[in-house]
Design a protein around this ligand. Structure first.
Ligand code: GTP
Ligand code: MG
Length: 216
């Protein structure tokens, strides 16, 4: 049977052609119930990482929408869990950044509770993208988060951001080094890693293909 045209149509459906902001949640009581057109719970993809690592920029770049998520040069801007629906089919969730030095200790602990609660409660969380700045080695907080992801048995992918700020060969070796360091520290291997820059389209397409695999 020849069915290539149908397959092609299916593929084109999920290329981040539509993105819609749903709500910002301050606690689990605010989490939305997101259903697909056929009434099934939507698969969810979460973005997480240090403050200022580029989570909102990545979301805007993936969706090709410069104003969807607020981008800031002031770390700590996104304090809430922001839900977006993509192509009416799955959700992208922008989690609050961690590691902002000026945030008081109690707020950092609150952040830990909020994130762990989210990891535990969202049954349809199909993939976590942990963003790391390609110029720096993973911090203790990055490692802590990766440990939680493994503990809650959530598929984890590392995305190295801002690779345009390094020479291509330095970016390659730095990402490989950080990935090994993180894998060793958590005693597990995340599924894969990707390098990303909002200044070019290469990383975007590779990441979209990976996301497509996870939301079927
Ligand atoms: P919080 O919301 O505070 O947690 O930060 P965030 O992780 O959402 O970071 P955001 O997307 O706001 O980006 C922080 C800064 O990094 C902004 O000035 C962005 O323009 C810049 N940035 C993000 N991605 C890239 C990239 O790929 N290349 C370069 N050169 N700059 C980037
Ligand atoms: Mg942000």
């Amino acid at each position: 049977m020849w069915n290539f045209p149908t397959q092609k149509k299916e593929k084109e459906k999920y290329m981040f052609s539509k993105a819609e902001f749903i709500l910002s949640a301050a606690s689990p009581a605010d989490y939305p119930e997101l259903l697909t057109i056929s009434g099934k719970p939507m698969a969810e993809i979460a973005l997480v990482g240090r403050s200022n690592v580029g989570k909102s920029s990545l979301l805007n770049h993936l969706t090709q929408n410069k104003t969807l998520a607020r981008v800031s040069s002031t770390p700590g801007k996104t304090q809430l869990i922001n839900f977006f629906v993509i192509d009416d089919h799955f959700a992208l969730v922008d989690l609050p950044g961690y590691g902002f030095a000026k945030v008081p200790k109690e707020m950092r602990e609150q952040w830990g509770d909020l994130i762990q609660d989210y990891l535990q409660k969202r049954k349809k969380l199909s993939l976590i993208l942990l963003l790391l700045d390609s110029r720096h080695l993973p911090t203790q907080e990055d490692i802590q988060f990766a440990r939680w992801a493994i503990h809650y048995k959530k598929p984890l992918i590392i995305v190295f951001t801002k690779t345009d700020k390094l020479a291509p060969s330095a970016a390659l070796s730095q990402c490989a080094k950080s990935f090994t360091l993180l894998s060793d520290a958590i005693n597990a291997k995340p599924i894969a890693y990707f390098s990303y820059s909002i200044k070019n389209a290469k990383g975007r397409i590779a990441l979209i293909k990976e996301i497509e695999k996870r939301i079927q």
